[in-house]
Design a protein. Structure first.
Length: 475
C-alpha cells in the first residue's frame, strides 16, 4: 500500500474534482455535437461519488428530461454481476469453478456442453454459441428465450468450438451460468443477486431484470441516427427472461459505479481479494482490428497507456453503456447513453484519460487563472481548463482529449505560451489574451490565430454573412 501525506491526498482529491468538472462539460459537448439523445455518467474516487451527471432527453418523442435517477438497461454489465455471484458461491463452498455443466444442469448432461466447466463459461472459453441461430429477439423479432428455450439451444446448436479452442463471447453461456447459480444457491437468480449484491451495497435502483411496474423510471432506448439529423425512434423495453444473467440488469450510472468500486482490492463487501484477482486475471487475449483486449472471468480488461482498466460494456437495444475501474488510481467511471450509436465507451475511456492527466499534475502549482473557457475559430474548438495544478489546452472534438492536451506555460516575463517541445504546431509561441473593460476575455490567439468565446463565435457563424462579422472581431 502506498502511504501519502494529507496534503498530497488533498491535492489528488482536488485534481480528480477538477477533471470531473471538465469531464461534465466534455460529456455535454459530445452529446450536442454527436446528437446523442441523453447521457448519464458518474465518477468515483476512492469510493466517493465525485460527479453525478445527466444531460439531454430520456425520450425524444415525449421530450422527457433525462435525470441521474433514470434507469438504464446495462446489458452485458450483467456478466460481472453473474461472475460475482458465482465467486460468492465458490467462497461459501456451494460450488467449484471446475464443476461441470452436467453437474448442475441435468438437462444438459448428455449434450455437447456437458463437460464445460464453470470457469470456462465465465471466461467465454467453452466454445458455446453466442446467441443461437435465431437471435432476432435482439431486434424485436421474437421474445427472449425462457429456460426451456435456452436448454434447447444448448442441446441443438450449443457447441461451436472445442473447449479452450478460441475465446468465444457467449450470452448463452452466461444464461447457463444463471441456471447454475439457481441450482447451487437454491434461490432464483434475481433473489440471490438482490440479497447478496444489491443489499450489501445499498443498491436500490439496480436489479437483474426489467420491472414493468417501474416503466416510467426507465430512459427510453433509441435507434441509431443513420443520417445526419435523421430521426430516432423509441425502442420498447422487454423482459430478457432466462438471459437475465447475461444481459438483463438495469441500474443508474451512480449505482453501477458504486458496484464496480466494490471490486477494488481491499473492499470485502462482495468478494475477497483472492476471488477478485482470479476474476481480473487476463485469461484470454483478443485481437480486434489490430487492437488487443483481454477478458478475465466475467470482466473485460484493457490496458490504457500501460495501466490496467477493469470493467464491462453493455449493449441493449437502444442503450449503450460502459463502466471502467482503474485499480491503480481507485477511480471508477460509468457512462450510459440511450441510443444504439451512443458513444459510451469513448466517453468513459476518455474520462479516465482526463482523470489520470489531472492526477499526474496534482502537485503542480502552475494554474493560469482567468483564462478558463471554451474558444472557437474557423479551424477548431479549444478548451482551456484546470486539471490538477496546471492549465491545459484541450480539444473537445477528440475521442481522447487528454492524449493531445497541451499545458499552458507562463514565460519568465509573465506572458503565456504554448509548451516548448518538438511539434508540427506553434510550440513555444505566445498565447495572447484580449480582455474587455470588465476584465472578461474577449479573444485569445492560439497558433497565431484569433479564437473567440464559443458562444460569441457560434452566434457570429449563425449570421447571414459570418465572414464579414469575423473580420470585425479579429484581434
Amino acid at each position: 500500500m502506498t502511504v501519502t501525506s494529507p496534503d498530497v491526498d488533498a491535492r489528488r482529491q482536488e485534481a480528480v474534482r477538477s477533471a470531473a468538472e471538465y469531464a461534465a462539460r466534455w460529456f455535454a459537448f459530445a452529446g450536442e455535437t454527436r446528437e446523442v439523445p441523453g447521457i448519464q455518467a458518474a465518477i468515483r474516487y476512492r469510493g466517493e461519488l465525485i460527479l453525478e451527471f445527466a444531460w439531454g432527453s430520456a425520450n425524444v418523442e415525449t421530450g422527457e428530461t433525462l435525470t441521474t435517477e433514470s434507469l438504464f438497461r446495462i446489458a452485458s454489465h450483467s456478466k460481472t454481476f453473474t461472475a460475482t455471484a458465482v465467486f460468492q458461491l465458490a467462497e461459501r463452498g456451494a460450488l467449484r469453478l471446475d464443476d461441470t455443466v452436467a453437474h448442475w444442469v441435468p438437462e444438459l448432461a448428455d449434450s455437447d456442453l456437458a463437460a464445460i466447466t464453470v470457469r470456462e463459461l465465465l471466461a467465454h472459453q467453452g466454445g458455446v454459441v453466442r446467441d443461437g441461430r435465431d437471435a432476432d429477439y435482439w431486434q424485436r423479432g421474437a421474445a427472449f428465450p425462457d429456460r426451456r428455450r435456452i436448454v434447447d439451444i444448448c442441446r441443438a446448436e450449443g457447441r461451436i468450438f472445442a473447449r479452450n479452442e478460441h475465446f468465444k463471447y457467449s450470452n448463452i453461456a452466461y444464461s447457463v451460468l444463471g441456471l447454475i447459480i439457481e441450482a447451487a444457491s437454491g434461490a432464483d437468480y434475481d433473489t440471490f443477486t438482490r440479497q447478496n449484491i444489491c443489499a450489501p451495497l445499498g443498491l436500490e435502483r439496480s436489479g437483474a431484470e426489467w420491472q414493468g411496474a417501474r416503466a416510467d423510471e426507465y430512459a427510453a432506448g433509441h435507434t441509431a441516427r443513420f443520417a445526419l439529423g435523421g430521426r430516432r425512434r423509441v425502442i420498447p423495453h422487454v423482459d430478457t427472461r432466462a438471459m437475465a444473467a447475461a444481459t438483463g440488469w438495469f441500474s443508474t450510472a451512480s449505482e453501477t459505479s458504486a458496484y464496480l468500486a466494490a471490486h477494488a482490492l481491499g473492499d470485502d463487501r462482495l468478494l475477497g481479494d483472492d476471488s477478485k484477482r482470479q476474476a481480473q486475471y487476463r485469461v484470454s487475449r483478443i485481437e480486434i482490428g489490430g487492437a488487443h483486449r483481454h477478458y478475465g472471468l466475467g470482466f473485460e480488461l484493457f490496458e490504457l497507456d500501460g495501466s490496467l482498466l477493469v470493467g464491462h460494456s453493455g449493449g441493449y437495444p437502444g442503450h449503450i453503456t460502459r463502466t471502467w475501474l482503474d485499480p491503480e488510481n481507485d477511480l471508477v467511471v460509468s457512462v450510459f447513453t440511450n441510443a444504439i450509436d451512443g458513444p459510451a465507451d469513448t466517453l468513459a475511456t476518455g474520462a479516465i484519460g482526463l482523470l489520470r492527466l489531472a492526477l499526474a499534475h496534482a502537485e503542480d502549482d502552475e494554474r493560469v487563472d482567468g483564462v478558463e473557457g471554451r474558444y472557437a475559430s474557423l479551424w477548431s474548438v479549444l478548451d482551456l481548463a484546470h486539471l490538477g495544478g496546471a492549465t491545459f489546452a484541450l480539444h473537445p472534438q477528440l475521442d481522447d482529449p487528454a492524449r493531445l492536451a497541451e499545458k499552458v506555460e507562463t514565460a519568465a516575463d509573465g506572458t503565456l505560451r504554448q509548451p516548448a517541445r518538438a511539434s508540427f504546431g506553434a510550440a513555444g509561441e505566445p498565447v495572447e489574451v484580449a480582455r474587455g473593460g470588465s476584465g472578461a476575455v474577449e479573444s485569445i490567439t492560439w497558433s497565431g490565430m484569433s479564437m473567440w468565446p464559443f458562444d460569441v463565435f457560434t452566434e457570429a457563424m449563425a449570421q447571414p454573412d459570418p465572414g464579414r462579422i469575423l473580420e470585425g472581431m479579429a484581434l
